[in-house]
Design a protein. Structure first.
Length: 178
């Protein structure tokens, strides 16, 4: 957790330095201001399970922020696993920490589902798209086993039904988002 925090701080510091340099050069200031602070959103993956997974691997999601106050391998309930570790990309984290009542397009939540002996069993993902499925706030659901089998890629009926109980909370179950 501590290492991870340092990593994020490092990225933030680098962005500040980059913007600062552009500002000093005057003309390039506008370009600097437009520099994507939320670097993960810059590469918004297509809505296929394979594209999203490739994005997660490339972005090295295990370096992302953990769900606030949850830590690693926290106790979870049915159906997801006994032990959970949940990561958020910057867009999701900012929304969660801010006043948002729904996550913005580009937000990604990755939940690792572990067996009681801490063996990883599956990864479940919620990826907020622009327009995949307005009926469920455009969430794209993925469930991927550790051998690479994709059990859900898109509209998991089970995912949608159960998470739909928290439609008022943008389908999020872990905590109230606002
Ligand atoms: C029977 C209910 C149920 C079903 C079915 C279900 N989930 Fe969940 N999900 C939960 C609960 C409850 C949590 C909160 C974590 C916990 O305590 O286990 C959660 C948490 C999550 C999270 C973390 C973000 C959040 O909403 O809190 C993701 C990502 C997720 N589920 C993905 C999926 C995917 C993908 C599927 C389908 C393959 C799925 N879930 C099916 C109940 C369900």
């Amino acid at each position: 957790m501590r290492l991870h925090s340092m990593g994020r701080f490092g990225i933030a510091a680098a962005v500040i330095v980059a913007v600062g340099c552009a500002g000093e050069e005057g003309e390039e200031a506008a370009e600097g201001e437009e520099a994507p602070v939320v670097e993960q959103v810059a590469a918004m993956p297509d809505t296929t399970a394979e594209a999203v997974w490739a994005h997660l691997e490339q972005a090295n999601y295990e370096t992302w922020a953990l769900w606030p106050e949850k830590g690693r391998l926290y106790a979870g309930g049915e159906p997801h696993g006994m032990l959970l570790t949940t990561y958020l990309n910057d867009a999701a984290l900012e929304a969660l920490n801010g006043d948002a009542t729904v996550f913005p397009a580009g937000a990604i939540i990755v939940k690792e589902n572990y067996m009681p002996d801490s063996t990883l069993a599956a990864v479940t993902v919620m990826y907020k798209t622009e327009s995949f499925n307005p009926d469920n706030n455009n969430w794209f659901f993925i469930k991927r086993l550790t051998d690479g089998t994709v059990q859900v890629g898109g509209r998991g009926a089970g995912c949608e039904n159960c998470h739909g109980a928290r439609r008022d909370n943008d389908f999020i179950m872990t905590a109230d988002i606002n």
